[in-house]
Ligand binder design. Structure first.
Ligand code: DLL
Length: 455
């Protein structure tokens, strides 16, 4: 053990070096990380059979399987996946509170609910082994991205029902990092803690990381001076351009992290050091990409809806869950050596697609254009309304701090250029409203980017 930091007389004894390589290997599920493609498929076949047999113990799936005449013992290989029924968000709602639970109540040690704010949430249950497996997935994700036990980790997302809190927390502790469970909000305290405790890794939503940076810039402070090495950002869609902007402002490396409450939460897919797609942990999740209209498998490498089946969850296995997230599978070998295939950055959710004057637009297409410009800040809002029976889109975007040189003419001309560029991207003209830095609503968690006021 070595004393690492002395802060106001408080000595933190850090345990770097205490963990043997073997122990680390176990903690992060090294045997799964190192699987070859054949081993992954072999494991998936066995794990799928186990998952389906386990699911059949729940009132929900036993009835569903019975209705379709499916005998769980018919599922012998991962290729049998298409014989199984899809599960929708609505199914989860109907099974509320516990129709998908497969174990006795005394075996459950935790539940989380999804982040929906209206109506009944969807509840997800975990046994001790489930929580352990999830922590392992998170620990290996962080390890693979380059985090180590001598890093100081600040978790800047909400705790409680939201899985980004406890999910990352357990994983970071399991890896042996020094964890600061700072939680959401209270930006000034976040900045103070990062500085005082020499935080090297942060976890936040991209919109909150941007908010913290802009708040510092407004106060004449430099986010680079925080010395953060890496940021794990996820829980909401963001573009490559947003990643770049954040990296430029902070001087850290951003790693994309994907997950959803129904599949535990974070730890489903995570970027490695190459940061070119997120390795999906295929020992724990069986992934399919389907065409959301026909529900048939999408062509190889094609964008479609991600459908996931849990392979290592006992309390509540979920079979073929329709995530609504649009992405594609990158099957090429990654030079990091990990054989778990990658998911490309999410395009958006099928239910987030906007139809404006008959044209399909994803908010991410608009973000892509906005984030290319250094003179614009990182916060924006898309407003949809109706005028003279026609859809109108107004994009409100903050100007970067100090980017306004006092000339309104220059600003007007920049706005005109931006409008043109946006039209090229989305195919119609949107109004652009430039607003002062810090004036749009800031998010502490998932940003709300669209306000649709059309009838
Ligand atoms: O957001 C779990 C999570 C926490 C993931 C922290 C990553 C980090 P939910 O609240 O259930 O769970 O929301 C899940 O958020 O279906 C996606 O639409 C979206 N999402 C999550 N991560 C990403 C990402 C957590 N990296 C929903 N890129 C998912 C794009 C994401 N969208």
């Amino acid at each position: 053990m070595n004393a690492k930091y002395t802060i106001d007389g408080f000595i933190h004894i850090h345990t770097t070096g205490d963990i043997s390589m073997n122990e680390l290997h176990d903690r992060i599920g090294g045997r799964f990380m190192a699987m070859s493609t054949d081993e992954i498929r072999e494991w998936q076949s066995q794990a799928l059979a186990r998952s389906v047999a386990q699911a059949a113990k729940s009132p929900f799936y036993s009835e569903r399987f019975k209705n379709m005449g499916l005998d769980p013992s018919d599922i012998k290989s991962w290729e049998d996946i298409t014989k199984l029924p899809l599960t929708s968000k609505e199914d989860l709602r109907l099974s509320y509170p516990a129709q998908m639970l497969t174990v006795d109540q005394e075996q459950v040690i935790r539940m989380h609910t999804s982040s929906g704010t209206t109506g009944k949430p969807t509840a997800i249950f975990h046994t001790r082994e489930d929580i352990d497996n999830w922590a392992e997935l998170m620990a290996r994700s962080l390890y693979q991205a380059g985090a180590r036990s001598n890093d100081v980790f600040q978790n800047m997302t909400g705790y409680g029902m939201f899985t980004g809190g406890l999910g990352l927390h357990y994983g970071a502790e399991r890896l042996g990092m020094w964890v600061i469970p700072a939680g959401a909000g209270n930006t000034a305290r976040h900045i103070m803690l990062i500085r005082d405790f020499h935080v090297t890794v942060i976890h936040a939503t991209p919109s909150y990381a941007m908010h913290v940076a802009e708040r510092m810039l407004q106060e004449g402070d430099d986010p680079k001076s925080l010395g953060i090495k890496m940021a794990v950002l996820g829980a909401e869609p963001y573009t490559e351009e947003m990643r770049q902007k954040l990296q430029d402002i902070y001087g850290f490396k951003v790693f994309n992290s994907y997950g959803l409450s129904e599949m535990n939460g974070p730890g489903v897919a995570f970027e490695c050091e190459n940061r070119n797609g997120m390795h999906l942990w295929e020992d724990s999740y069986l992934a399919e990409i389907i065409n959301p209209d026909t529900l048939q498998p999408a062509g190889e490498g094609e964008v479609g809806e991600l459908v996931l089946t849990t392979l290592r969850r006992t309390a509540m296995p979920i079979i073929r869950y329709r995530t609504r997230d649009l992405t594609r599978i990158i099957a090429d070998k990654c030079s990091c050596g990990c054989n778990h295939r990658r998911l490309a950055r999410m395009v958006g959710r099928s239910d987030d697609m906007l139809i404006v004057r008959g044209v399909n637009v994803f908010p991410s297409q608009i973000e892509e254009v906005l984030m290319r410009h250094k003179w614009l800040g990182g916060n924006y809002l898309i407003n949809l309304s109706t005028a003279a029976a026609l859809d109108q889109m107004t994009v409100k975007v903050e100007i970067a701090k100090d980017a306004f040189d006092g000339s309104l003419d220059t600003l007007r001309s920049k706005r005109g250029e931006l409008q043109k560029e946006l039209k090229e991207q989305i195919g119609f003209t949107a109004q652009i409203e430039l607003v002062e830095s810090g004036s749009l609503p800031a998010s502490e968690g998932k940003a709300k980017r669209v306000i649709d006021e059309r009838g």
